[in-house]
Design a binder for this molecule. Sequence first.
Ligand SMILES: [Zn+2]
Ligand SMILES: [Zn+2]
Length: 215
Amino acid sequence: MALNARLDHRDPLVFDTHELGRRPGALQRLTRTVDAPRDLGIAGVIGVPEGAPVELELRLESVMEGVLVTGTARATAEGECVRCLEPVEQQLEADFQEMFSYPDADDRGRPKAEPADDAEEDEDRLFLEDGLFDLEPVLRDAVVLALPMQPVCQEDCPGLCAECGVRLADDPDHHHDAVDIRWAALQGLAGSLGDGEKDEMSGAAETGVDEKQEK
Ligand SMILES: [Zn+2]
Ligand SMILES: [Zn+2]
C-alpha cells in the first residue's frame, strides 16, 4: 500500500475508533471475522489461504498518545511438511499489541529530536488516520511470528526415502534390496564373530581378536 493511500473504512481490516472516543481510559472490545488477505503467512512455507476466515478479537484502549490495540487472531494455516511434503494444517492463534498514535500526538510537548532519530522512529510508528487504523501490517507480523518456520506433519516425521522418495511414515518397513545385501553381509560377519555357530569359524575369530589385542 502506498504511504499516502487513504484508509478505507469498508476495508475489513480497517477499524474505526470514533465510538471509543479520545478520553484516556475508555475501552472497547470487539470481534470481527474477516477474509484472510493474500499472502498471510510465511511465503512458500505455511500460511492462511486467501479468503479463509480469520477471527479477530480486539480490545481498544484510549490512551493519551493514541489508541492501544491488543488482540488475538485465530485461523487455520495450511502448508506442507518440510520432511515428507504432505499437506499440514495448523490451528493458528496469534496475539498482538500495537499502539496507533494520534497524528498530532507528535507535536504536543515533545522536544524536537534529531532529524535522523525522528526518521527512524517514524518508520516503526503507526498512526490513526481520521480516527481509523489499519490492522493489516500488525496482523501480518503476528501471524508470521506464530507460525513454524519448518512445519512438520508429526514431530518425528521420518521424511522420504532417499532412494525412491516414498513417504516413510506410510511404510515403516520400507527398504531396498541393495541395502538388504549390505545389511545381510554385516549380519553374517556379526554372526561369525559373535555366537560361534560353527566351531572352526569361532576359533578363527577368537584368534583374530587375540592378535589384535596383543598389538
Ligand atoms: Zn512429514
Ligand atoms: Zn525407497
